[in-house]
Every structure is written in C-alpha cells, then in structure tokens.
Design a protein around this ligand. Structure first.
Ligand code: COA
Length: 375
C-alpha cells in the first residue's frame, strides 16, 4: 500500500554499501583499485594470474611453494568428465560462448555437486581449471581442431590462449593474456559479483552462484561491453570516419560501449594498463589500424562527454590483435572473474545474512477484486 508516495533514492543501488568486504577497494577517483591491499598497477606489472587468484582466495600472496601447489591444483582442475566433453562438442557452433559457459558450469554441477559443508574453495579451484577446457571442447571441436592436453601446460594464461585459438601463443600474447586475467579478476560489488553473493546468501550451491553470475556478466552494460566495443571499432575504416560517426551516435544519445563506469568518475585505472598492451601487440603485428581508431574514439569521448575508456574498450583491441575471435572476449572475463566471484561467495558464506532489500511500491492502492464476467 502506497499512500505515502516515496521515491527511490538509490536507483541501481548507486552509492549503497551493501556489506563489508576485505577483498577489494574501488575508489571513485580512478586511482584506487586494490586487491587485498595490493595496487592493480603493481599486480599487473609484477605478478601472474596464478598469484592473483591465490591472493583473492587466500588473502595473502603465495610463497614459491604455495604457488607451485596452487598451480598444480589449477592444472588438476582442467580435465572435465567425458559426458560433458561430448555434450559440449555437440552444441551448435552458432551458439554464443557465454551461453555455452553458463550451461557448462551448471552441467558440471550435475556431475560433480559441491561437497557438503565445503567453504566453496574446492569448487572454486575446480572451476578455475575447468572453464577454459569447457570452452575449448565446444569451440575447438566445432572447428575440427584438436583439444590441447590439459595437464602439461604450466602457465594458466598460456593454457587459456591455446583453448581460445588452438595455437601456441607468442610470448607477448601470453603475457597480455596474463595481465588481462589479472585486471579482470575482481571489482568489488559489480553486478555479476552481487548476483553471486545474493545467490550465496540463500545458502545455494557454488555452481548456482557462478551460473547466475555468468548470465549477469553477459549483458553489454557489464562484461559484454568488450565484444560490443570491438564491433564498433571494427565498423570504421579510419580514425576520421570513427570520429564523425561516433559524434553522430552521441547526437542520437546512443551509448558507446567500453566508456563510462558506475563507480569511477574520472578514469578507470585498468585502462592505461590494457591500452599499453593493446599498443604493444599492435606494434608487434605491424598493424595500428584498430589501435589508432580506438584512440581517436577515446579522445573524442573525453572532449565531447568527459567520458573515459573503461577496461573493456582497449581489451577489445588487445584480444583482437592476439588473434582471438570476438565472441570469445567476454568468456575471458569469466575465466578471470571466477576468482573474484569465488572469494566473494566464500566471504558471504562466512558471515551470512540473506540479502533481501525492500522495494518502493508505485502500483495501485488496494482495490476490490472484479470477477471475470464483470471485467
Ligand atoms: C557502465 C555504465 C552502465 C555506468 O553508467 P551509470 O553510472 O549508470 O550512468 P548512466 O548510464 O545513467 O549514464 C549517465 C549519463 O552518461 C551517459 N553515458 C554513460 N555512459 C555512456 C556511454 N558509454 N556512452 C555515451 N553516453 C554515456 C548517459 O547517456 C547519461 O547521460 P544523460 O545524463 O544525458 O542521460 C554506463 O557508463 C554505460 O552504459 N557504459 C557502456 C557500457 C560499458 O562499457 N560497460 C562496462 C562497464 S565496466
């Protein structure tokens, strides 16, 4: 009943702190992204995805021995049940890879339900290892390419590249992927992480939390932005054409994917890092077309709208220059963000309270029921 017509003061829950977390800080000024106290700049320069995923799940960076043990666990998680291999290989090549991953995670949960009473850790490790393999069984099988062996690749980034392209990556492609996995790993209460925490708060299982998170990540306002950014950039032949057409899009009030952010207001600290890798890869390949078009759009967006590129914008150029097909961009986000989702699911379970906000009712006041013959 809504005699008192209140307005919703936090549309999209902007600015609301929904829980405590010890995992990550995101500062609105764009100079403050830390995973468990370590700056994103330091992590991207000095560490690996294996170290970062360990940090997110354990709270501390690993020692050498701990890192080797962790890598062994990730490798062990790569093989997937034969029934799932066969199912994935039969899915249509026209499907979207995010739908494949969403279904694959849910199906793995059918074959290997989460162990009773586990914090979530066991399934987290299992999924981090298995996700690239699950995508590979669908993607590479559909192309008639062999599936690389799951056990003999030490580097997770290299394994990911092989599952995405069916080829051995160059050193620079492998390191770009490692850095991208670090940058995408965690981002506080973004929409997909919040989905995972809401699901965890009902005491549901780990696979359900991640399946829901993948569905949320797929949307173009969230993880799907990197794919859409590439379609935009690749629709132009020159920086000049890009500037002219993007100006027209802005005048029609269209959104440019890969720009803006719900929390950052001035810059996304991850952009500078991924942009430098997009540039390095473009220079190495001797093809600056996509990078130059992207940079022209970036400059225009700042001049016209004071909007800055987020991580997804130059990730599109970096992934494209590494030979990755466009629909596979957002799955990379899944391979990485599963470490952040896992840390949040475990944190939510450790101090759980069912997440259940209220709504501001704006519908009709109570009224008499009218029988169907009277309507
Ligand atoms: C991420 C995003 C949803 C956050 O936005 P938000 O804080 O909810 O802000 P809004 O969507 O309400 O946008 C506020 C204003 O900026 C504009 N704006 C925001 N992002 C824009 C973009 N990418 N392109 C053009 N205009 C944009 C909106 O049109 C709106 O303008 P208005 O006030 O004149 O109506 C938004 O910036 C967006 O849609 N970006 C594109 C998708 C994307 O890159 N997502 C990945 C995020 S990491």
């Amino acid at each position: 009943m809504s005699d008192k017509k209140e307005t919703t003061t936090a549309l999209g829950l902007r600015g609301i702190k929904a829980a405590d977390t010890a995992i990550c800080t995101v500062g609105s000024e764009g100079k403050d992204l830390h995973y468990r106290g370590y700056s994103i700049e330091d992590l991207a320069e000095k560490s690996s995805f294996e170290e970062v995923s360990y940090l997110l799940l354990h709270g501390e960076l690993p020692t050498k021995n701990q890192l080797e043990e962790w890598k062994g666990k990730l490798r062990a998680g790569r093989s997937i049940p034969e029934q799932l291999q066969n199912m994935l290989a039969k899915f249509p090549p026209t499907a979207h890879p995010m739908d494949i991953l969403r279904t694959a995670v849910s199906t793995l949960g059918v074959y290997e339900p989460e162990p009773e009473g586990d914090s979530g850790y066991t399934t987290a490790v299992r999924l981090l290892g298995a996700l690239p393999t699950m995508l590979g069984y669908w993607h590479l099988s559909n192309k008639g390419l062999p599936i690389p062996p799951s056990s003999d690749e030490d580097s997770h980034a290299r394994y990911v590249m092989k599952m995405l392209t069916g080829k051995e990556p160059s050193e620079i492609e492998e390191r770009m992927m490692d850095v991208a996995l670090i940058l995408y790993a965690e981002h506080e209460f973004n929409a997909s992480t919040f989905t995972a925490r809401v699901c965890a708060s009902t005491l549901s299982d780990f696979y359900s939390c991640v399946t829901g998170a993948i569905g949320t990540l797929k949307g173009p306002l969230h993880g799907g932005a990197n794919e859409k950014a590439y379609y935009l950039v690749s629709s132009f032949n020159s920086p000049e054409e890009a500037v002219e057409k993007v100006k027209e899009m802005l005048s029609r009030k269209e959104k440019i994917m890969g720009f803006g952010h719900a929390v950052y207001k001035i810059r996304d600290p991850r952009n500078e890092i991924i942009k430098s890798w997009a540039k390095k890869l473009s220079e190495e390949k001797g093809d600056m077309k996509f990078f130059n078009i992207s940079e022209a759009i970036e400059n225009l967006m700042w001049e016209e709208k004071k909007l800055f590129a987020n991580l997804d914008f130059f990730a599109a150029t970096a992934f494209h220059m590494a030979g990755i097909e466009t629909p596979l961009f957002t799955p990379i986000f899944v391979f990485s963000r599963t470490s952040g989702w896992a840390a949040h699911i475990i944190e939510q379970r450790a101090n759980n309270k069912l997440i259940r906000p209220r709504a501001n009712y704006t519908g009709p006041s109570p009224r008499a029921y009218v029988t169907i013959d009277q309507r």
